[in-house]
Write a protein that binds this ligand. Structure first.
Ligand code: KG4
Ligand code: ZN
Length: 338
């Protein structure tokens, strides 16, 4: 018998609902919140309000697209954390009430683990999924981690950022250049016509497999402040080169530790996950590593790189098989628990 799971994602500024039949995606609906663009970042209060407005319509569309009725669902999986508490509360409360009304179990999902498990979504019959164990570089707006995955329920963080996340480095650099939020995709676009060797920014050296990105942001800021003193139009004139150079630096930092992780663990099955895995240069660099270093790499489709509920339903499916259900009295958490 196949299992139908409704996934709900509301950890930040995307309201998403998806239906999976086992590992197959029947629907994956995402409502983005444009309201934050004006403010140059996510405003938590506005995010929760928008989730409140979007959640029911998004779920209705997801069920409609999946061509199933709510009575065919076996469970509701939702993001419990990490994320913005007010946003998480909307998805959590909705999921509890919806599941209770249907008399089906709820499954709590960790957002970061779900990004990793998105690699098991089989949206095409010939799609290859990672063999265990594998390493996953999770790079999002809030996190940067190298995770050793031994099974869907056994994961260990072997490297992490001690300050900013890679996505934050993209977003902050973009903000310094006056680009709209979120800056990552803007830098990606501009970098395509720029020279990645045009400017050099120092990389901070970190112990072991850990990362640090806050120094890079500061040196980028000071570099531009000095150049702007000489030429007020400096950013405008060099946007593409600046984008390509900062992007190249972030990718080099990410790749150096990832290469070290492969050497130290002897695991050469390598995946990337999280919003920054949508970056075209990072994807190309990983493909190149696959050719040059003999890694087997797994790069998620764009739809499953940034926040989406299909990955939540996917992670929920593994827990469903383990009979790992949540109780109605749980509350969300904002900080990462793994
Ligand atoms: O995983 P995600 O959608 O949300 C979080 O859980 O944080 O990641 C969002 C982050 C943002 O920092 C955004 O700028 C970055 O992913 N991002 C990108 C690209 N697309 C999204 N960064 C670089 N290049 C991109 N193409
Ligand atoms: Zn995310």
């Amino acid at each position: 018998m196949s299992i139908c799971i409704l996934g709900i994602e509301s950890s930040c500024d995307d309201t998403s609902a998806a239906v999976l039949e086992d590992t197959r995606v029947l629907s994956n609906v995402i409502a983005n919140q444009d309201v934050h663009r004006t403010f140059g970042g996510v405003v938590p209060e506005l995010a929760s309000r928008a989730h409140q407005q979007n959640i029911i319509p998004v779920v209705e569309v997801a069920l409609h697209k999946a061509k199933i009725t709510k009575n065919q669902l076996n469970a509701v999986a939702f993001t419990r954390g990490p994320g913005l508490l007010g946003s998480l509360l909307v998805g959590t409360s909705f999921s509890k009430a919806f599941a209770m009304g249907l008399g089906i179990p709820i499954i709590e999902v960790d957002h970061l683990k779900a990004h990793i498990l998105s690699h098991f979504i089989k949206d095409k019959p010939d799609k290859e999924t990672p063999s265990l164990p594998f390493l996953c570089l999770t790079v999002s707006g809030g996190h940067t981690q190298i995770v050793r995955v031994d099974s869907p329920s056994e994961m260990k963080v072997i490297g992490t950022t001690i300050d900013d996340a890679a996505g934050e480095a993209f977003d902050k650099a973009a903000k310094i250049m006056g680009l709209p939020y979120p800056g990552g995709p803007e830098i990606d676009k501009l970098a395509k016509s720029g020279n990645p060797g045009a400017f050099h920014f120092p990389e901070s050296s970190m112990q072991g497999l850990n990362y640090s990105f806050s120094g890079l942001k500061t040196s980028f800021l000071y570099f531009l402040r000095d150049r702007l003193k000489e030429d007020g139009q400096f950013i405008e004139k060099h946007k593409a080169d600046l984008s390509a150079s900062i992007q190249q630096t972030i990718i080099r930092i990410l790749m150096n530790k990832l290469k070290r992780a492969v050497r130290e663990t002897g695991i050469s099955e390598v995946a990337i996950a999280g919003g920054v895995s949508a970056n075209s240069a990072l994807r190309a660099t990983l493909r190149q590593a696959s050719d040059e270093l003999g890694w087997k790499v797994y790069i998620p489709d764009f739809e499953y790189s940034t926040d989406n509920a299909a990955m939540i339903a996917m992670a929920g499916y593994f827990k469903y098989l383990d009979g790992d259900f949540a109780s109605q009295d749980l509350t969300p958490y904002s900080k990462s628990r793994f």
